[in-house]
Design a protein around this ligand. Structure first.
Ligand code: GUN
Ligand code: FE
Length: 418
C-alpha cells in the first residue's frame, strides 16, 4: 500500500471542484487508487509520501498536439492556417525522415510533457513510420501514456506526401510494430480531408473497423480550409460527412478545433460521441476564430482540450487551460453574455478529467484507477495579501504554475517525476 498526503483537489464533473485540506489518497502497491480520505489515518502499514502543504491534483491530458512541430513553436504566427501549413509546417515535419533528428527532438518533447504534468496525450506524429515508433519509445521512457498516430496524407502538399500505396503499407508496418508498447497505443490519423484521397480514407475506415482502432483528425478549423473541403468533396453537405462516409466518424473519434461547426455538425458530434479537442491558443494564433465551447457544452458535446503545438505556442497545459478561459471570455463579450465564460474549475475539468475519461478513466481520483496526478508546491509564488483558501490556491496555481512549481508527477500509478 501507498499513502499520499497533501491538499487534495479534483474536478470530478464539469463545474464541480472537490477540495480536501490535508487529505490523502490511498493506493495499492501497483498505484491504483483505493480510497480518497478527508483525514489521513494516524498510522498505517503503507509507504507514505507526505507532500505537506502541497496540492495533489489530477494530471493534465493533452488531447491534440503535433509532436514534429515541437521545433517550430512560436514560428509563423503571422500566417493563417493553410499558408502556415505550406510555409512552415510541412517542411518542418519532412525533417523527421531523419531518425537521429527525431530521437533528439522527441526525447526533449517527452521530458517537457511529463515535467509539465501532462501524463496522457492523444498525439499526431508525422507520416514517417520509423520516427513515429521512436516517438512512442521516448514517450514510454519518460512516463507519458496515451495514443500516437502515424499521420496519413496522400494528397495536397508537395513538401510532404505519400503515395496511397505507401500510406497503406506503412500504416500496416507501423501497426505491426506497436505490440511491444505498454503505455502508448496506436490511433489512426488521416491528417484532414484536404490531405487524404477518398480511397485512402475508405481504406482507413475499414481498417479502423477491422482492428477496433480509434481515429483522430481535424474539423472545421478555418473558413478557407472549409471552403477547400467543399470544393474537394461536392458530394458532402458538411465537413464531418467527409469522415462519416468512410466510417471514421464514430464513438471516441477525436476532432480537433470545431471552431465553425454549425448546429447540424454539433448534433452529429453529440450523436456519435465524437470528442472535440478545443485548442484555444492555436485558434487565436493562426486566426481561425473562437470555438463555441459553451454552446458545445450546453448541448452535451464531449469537449476536451489540446495544446495543438505548434499552432498553439504553449505546451504547458495550465496555459492551455487559461487560454481557453480567456477565449471563452471574448466569446461571452461577443454574445452579450449568452455564452457564459468558463470558470477556472470548468476549464481545469476540460484539461484533465474530460480527457482522462477518453482513456476510460472515471471522474477525479476515482477508486480502482491508476493514479495520474501532479503535486504542486505554490509556496514560491508571490506572497498573497491574506491567507488563501484551498480553492483560491488552486485557481492561482492554474494561472501561475510552471515546471518549478511541480514537485512530483504520477502517471499510470508510477511516480515518474520527483
Ligand atoms: N490541419 C491539418 N494539419 C494541421 C496542423 O498541423 N495544425 C493545425 N492547427 N491544423 C491542421
Ligand atoms: Fe492540429
Amino acid at each position: 500500500m501507498k499513502l499520499i498526503k497533501g491538499n487534495i483537489v479534483y474536478a470530478p464533473a464539469l463545474g464541480k471542484l472537490v477540495t480536501l485540506e490535508r487529505g490523502a489518497l490511498m493506493l495499492s502497491d501497483d498505484g491504483t487508487v483505493t480510497d480518497v480520505l478527508a483525514v489521513p489515518p494516524e498510522s498505517c502499514e503503507a509507504e507514505v509520501y507526505d507532500y505537506g502543504e502541497a496540492l495533489v491534483m489530477p494530471s493534465f491530458a493533452d488531447m491534440h498536439l503535433h509532436a514534429p512541430q515541437y521545433p517550430m513553436l512560436g514560428m509563423g504566427m503571422d500566417l493563417p492556417l493553410m499558408d502556415w501549413l505550406n510555409t512552415y509546417t510541412f517542411k518542418t515535419e519532412a525533417r523527421f525522415a531523419d531518425t537521429d533528428y527525431a530521437r533528439s527532438v522527441y526525447r526533449a518533447l517527452a521530458k517537457d510533457l511529463i515535467t509539465g504534468g501532462t501524463t496522457r496525450v492523444c498525439m499526431f506524429s508525422s507520416l514517417h513510420t520509423d520516427a513515429t515508433l521512436i516517438l512512442m519509445e521516448e514517450l514510454e521512457r519518460a512516463g507519458v501514456t496515451g495514443c500516437v498516430g502515424k499521420v496519413n496524407m496522400d494528397r495536397g502538399s508537395e513538401a510532404l506526401r505519400e503515395t496511397t500505396e505507401q500510406s497503406k503499407s506503412e500504416t500496416l508496418r507501423w501497426l505491426d510494430s506497436c505490440d511491444g508498447f505498454r503505455y502508448i497505443k496506436p490511433i489512426l490519423t488521416p491528417r484532414f480531408t484536404p490531405s487524404c484521397t477518398d480511397e485512402l480514407m475508405a481504406w482507413l475506415g475499414k481498417l479502423a473497423e477491422e482492428r477496433g482502432l480509434r481515429v483522430q483528425s481535424h474539423l472545421s478549423e478555418n473558413l478557407d480550409e472549409m471552403a477547400l473541403v467543399r470544393r474537394l468533396c461536392p458530394d458532402c453537405g458538411q465537413y464531418w460527412e467527409t469522415y462519416a462516409k468512410h466510417g471514421l466518424w464514430k464513438d471516441h473519434t477525436v476532432m480537433a478545433h470545431c471552431v465553425h461547426s454549425d448546429e447540424r455538425e454539433r448534433e452529429a458530434l453529440l450523436k456519435h460521441n465524437v470528442a472535440v479537442a478545443h485548442c484555444a491558443d492555436s485558434n487565436i494564433n493562426i486566426c481561425s476564430g473562437i470555438a463555441p465551447v459553451r454552446t458545445l457544452l450546453r448541448e452535451g458535446v464531449w469537449v476536451t482540450l489540446g495544446s495543438d503545438i505548434a499552432g498553439g505556442a504553449q505546451l504547458a497545459m495550465n496555459n492551455v487551460i487559461t487560454m481557453s478561459i480567456r477565449a471563452s471570455k471574448m466569446r461571452a463579450v461577443q454574445t452579450d453574455g449568452r455564452d457564459a465564460f468558463l470558470g477556472v474549475d470548468e476549464a481545469y475539468y476540460l484539461g484533465s478529467t474530460a480527457g482522462h475519461r477518453w482513456f476510460g478513466a472515471d471522474g477525479g481520483f476515482a477508486r480502482g484507477e491508476a493514479l495520474h496526478a501532479i503535486v504542486l508546491d505554490d509556496s514560491a509564488l508571490p506572497e498573497p495579501v491574506c491567507t488563501l483558501t484551498l480553492r483560491e490556491r488552486f485557481e492561482r496555481s492554474i494561472y501561475l504554475m510552471d515546471k518549478s512549481t511541480i514537485k512530483a508527477v504520477w502517471s499510470e500509478g508510477r511516480k515518474v517525476v520527483g
